[in-house]
Structure formats: structure tokens, C-alpha cells
Design a protein around this ligand. Structure first.
Ligand SMILES: [Zn+2]
Ligand SMILES: [Zn+2]
Length: 105
């Protein structure tokens, strides 16, 4: 996916792609690259956890993982802050198995 970068009002870097106002991050299996953007996650203590959650999700994509329907799984697709905040911070059993098959479990 082609993506672009711009600055939010608070000066933080935002990334976005075609048809999106912003992305929480972007991960690609091709090239095994992942990036997370913290611009939309507010300030204070939750910022680190939210940014880490985005980084884990995008790193999962870079390793070849796909989206999940399990709301507790960090690989759940989320396109708004409410669903992003609600999902878990770790991988479900299915995705842990996928990581184990890759030698990463
Ligand atoms: Zn995703
Ligand atoms: Zn999962």
C-alpha cells in the first residue's frame, strides 16, 4: 500500500493511505517492514501502551499474520479509536500457533 506522511496539529507525524484519514500503522510482509504512528493516541500514560499495541499489530503483518476476528487479539482489524482501544494487546491462540510455525513462538 502506498502511504503518505503529514503532521498533525500537535506536531506528531501522521501516516495515511488511499481512502484513509489516518493509519495507526502499516506493516508489510514484502520487505518485512512495519511502522506505528502515535499521533492519534493522545498523551500521558496510555500513549506508550497504545503505540506498542500498534507496533505489535503491524509487526505481526510484517511477519505474515493476517487480521483476526477475535476481539481479544492484537491482530483484530480496527479502523477507529474505540475498536483500537478495546482490542487486546497480545496474540490469540491461533496467531500464537502461526508464530510458532514461523519459529517465533
Ligand atoms: Zn492490520
Ligand atoms: Zn488472532
Amino acid at each position: 500500500m502506498r502511504s503518505n506522511v503529514r503532521r498533525a496539529e500537535n506536531g506528531a507525524v501522521c501516516i495515511y493511505g488511499p481512502g484513509t484519514n489516518f493509519l495507526f500503522g502499516l506493516g508489510s510482509r514484502q520487505g518485512r517492514v512495519a511502522v506505528a504512528a502515535s499521533a492519534r493516541f493522545g498523551e500521558g500514560a496510555p500513549l506508550a501502551e497504545r503505540t506498542a499495541k500498534a507496533a505489535i499489530h503491524e509487526t505481526g503483518h510484517a511477519l505474515g499474520l493476517i487480521h483476526c476476528r477475535n476481539e481479544g487479539c492484537v491482530m483484530l482489524y480496527s479502523n477507529d479509536l474505540v475498536s483500537f482501544y478495546r482490542k487486546g494487546t497480545s496474540f490469540c491462540a491461533h496467531h500464537r500457533d502461526d508464530l510458532a510455525r514461523l519459529g517465533l513462538g
